[in-house]
Design a protein around this ligand. Structure first.
Ligand code: UDP
Length: 553
């Protein structure tokens, strides 16, 4: 991957003239700065000013044209983390005529995607905040193809996972610091700024305690498509064996169990499992499976993913390395361990990931409840959970507390103190939690993914009414199957009918297996009923309601 930007294919005078005449053009999506991605022709960057520059001319376009609302608080978020005040994007404005007095621009002919990496040192952040959003932003805009240029504006160095960012395109990504090597003024012929937030599932707790995002829009399918594309880039071929029987843990055949294995993801500097060897032995004995250890410190990322992509179970202390669950085969079990005084319910980035619809992973958490099995590190720096810098009383309070109360990101000392403890895992309680978790889940569907095809509307819905006497009436509702059903094999097709007396604010719901039904209970003569009908596949795939029927008895 070359960092050079080829100037050969451009006619410098022509593109400079175009910039002078046409200035910059911007067209964006999104009503709010938090859901906006902008596309620019001829957006420039001044490395002196460390600012992007929009050149106004007679043919410039700036849509949305926000006036000074562009600064309230920003045009858009440069990272996928919503509305974070260190991640805002804006540009400076100049008349195109000013170009005459400015350094000669260097043009970047590549289609460029410009964004901030949020925390490139941390693997969870790398995948969740940067790689998945960048991957799907590139899917959204066709010209952001394999040859797109990525520019990271957060200002950090390459970081430990730069090779992963390099998989996004064949061109070498540029860091903010490198932009000045291209001269004082750099102009991107075609660029996109911002990232889709559609794929993110977790909010880190900047304004409210951390937890799943309120409106998750991604499913296991999109995560797996991403994982598949990344594995191809890493030259990993998934060993399909675990998929054949859905990776389930109850085996009929001894032979099938032979190549199943458990992966223990080990951390070697902080938040340690102190008795890994004992844990491995116990697991091997309990499940009669091989147990393989992996760690970010001891192997390349591709080799680690090769191992994880064929595992039946992934076990790890809470931590960023657990984002690698997205490479597990369907049906695998994820076991997340939590140190003493840390409540698994409050820290769920990996639970949320593994529980996305269609991920088909089983999530189990275990928590150390024995204080004698925890090893604390009060003397460390505050970032690593040290507390000796705090007032004596505060230290004592933290030491006496058995549960970290809910808190905001990112510097809560009690949280950092507890999450960076090392743990001696109590084997008996661990195996109990594991067995119980697996048993309660083994009834769940295994193997092939359930269909996600939703029913269409029922067709030709109609009603007929009959008056029996002055107190009783009947209402017959009938309909035809949804159009797409005739092309599908569906295990169970049912219909839901809602009947509401006009003017009332409650309705009666009915679930029916057939395509017509005569209602007589609670049906009164000389009354108008509103009737809705929809189709349901396999109990939970709901179709849309057909147009409401007005049925007068
Ligand atoms: N890390 C690691 N081994 C360790 C400690 C950390 O591989 O012993 C990795 C971890 O997976 C993450 C990064 O280093 O990618 C930062 O770890 P930190 O503990 O700061 O973050 P967390 O894992 O709690 O998100």
């Amino acid at each position: 991957q070359s960092q050079e930007i080829s100037q050969a294919q451009i006619d410098y005078h022509l593109v400079l003239q175009a910039l002078q005449e046409h200035g910059t053009r911007m067209v964006c999506t999104g009503k709010m700065h938090t859901d906006r991605i902008c596309r620019f022709d001829n957006l420039c960057y001044s490395s002196e000013a460390e600012d992007f520059v929009f050149f106004h001319s007679n043919s410039s376009v700036m849509l949305p044209n926000l006036g000074s609302r562009r600064f309230q608080p920003a045009l858009l978020d440069l990272s996928s983390v919503e509305d974070h005040n260190t991640q805002y994007f804006n540009f400076l404005e100049l008349p195109a005529a000013a170009l005459k007095f400015m350094p000669k621009p260097v043009f970047v002919p590549d289609v460029t995607l410009i964004f901030n990496r949020f925390n490139p040192d941390n693997l969870m952040h790398v995948f969740h905040d940067d790689l998945l959003p960048a991957f799907y932003t590139m899917k959204q805009y066709l010209d952001l193809d394999d040859e797109a240029r990525l520019v990271f504006m957060e200002g950090w160095g390459e970081g430990p996972h730069f090779d992963l960012y390099q998989f996004l395109s064949t061109k070498q990504p540029l860091l903010k610091d490198q932009l000045k090597n291209f001269g004082k003024l750099m102009c991107f012929t075609k660029s996109y700024i911002g990232l889709t937030k559609m794929t993110t599932w977790y909010q880190y707790g900047f304004v409210q305690p951390q937890g799943p995002k309120a409106n998750i829009l991604v499913s296991g399918n999109e995560i797996r498509q991403f994982a598949k594309a990344f594995m191809e880039k890493m030259n990993i071929t998934r060993v399909e064996k675990a998929d054949k029987n859905g990776g389930n843990l109850e085996y009929d055949k001894e032979s099938e169990r032979m190549d199943e294995y458990i992966v223990l993801f080990s951390r070697s500097t902080t938040r340690l499992i102190l008795n890994e060897a004992e844990l491995i032995m116990a697991l091997a004995q309990e499940f009669q499976m091989r147990v393989v250890t992996v760690s970010l410190e001891e192997q390349s990322f591709p080799s680690l993913i090769q191992v994880i992509s064929g595992a039946s179970m992934l076990i790890s202390m809470h931590g960023a390395q657990l984002v690698s669950s997205l490479f597990l085969p369907r049906g695998a079990v994820v076991v997340e361990l939590f140190p003493f005084a840390v409540n698994p319910e409050q820290y769920t980035p990996y639970k949320t990931l593994t529980s996305l619809p269609g991920m088909d992973l089983h999530y189990i958490s275990w928590r150390n409840t024995k204080e004698e099995n925890t090893v604390i590190h009060p003397d460390r720096s505050w970032e690593q959970g040290g507390i000796v810098h705090l007032e004596k009383e505060e230290q004592e309070r933290i030491l006496a507390s058995k549960d970290v109360p809910r808190h905001l990101c990112c510097r809560n000392p009690e949280w950092l103190f507890r999450i960076y403890q090392d743990t001696l895992v109590d084997i008996q309680s661990f195996l109990e939690v594991l067995k119980e978790g697996i048993n309660s889940k083994s009834n769940l569907k295994k193997g092939k993914a359930a269909s996600t095809v939703h029913p269409g509307r029922v067709r030709e819905a109609q009603c007929q009414t009959y008056i029996q006497n002055s107190n009783e009436a009947k209402l017959t509702v009938s309909w035809q199957i949804p159009w797409n059903l005739k092309y599908l094999k569906v295990r169970e097709v049912k219909y839901e009918v809602w009947i509401q007396e006009q003017g009332e604010n409650t309705y009666m719901p009915y679930i029916l297996p057939q395509q017509n039904y005569t209602f007589s209970e609670n049906i009164k003569p000389f009354t108008t009923y509103l009737v809705w009908v929809r189709c349901i596949f396999n109990k939970n795939l709901l179709g849309p309601f057909a147009d409401v029927l007005m049925c007068k008895t």
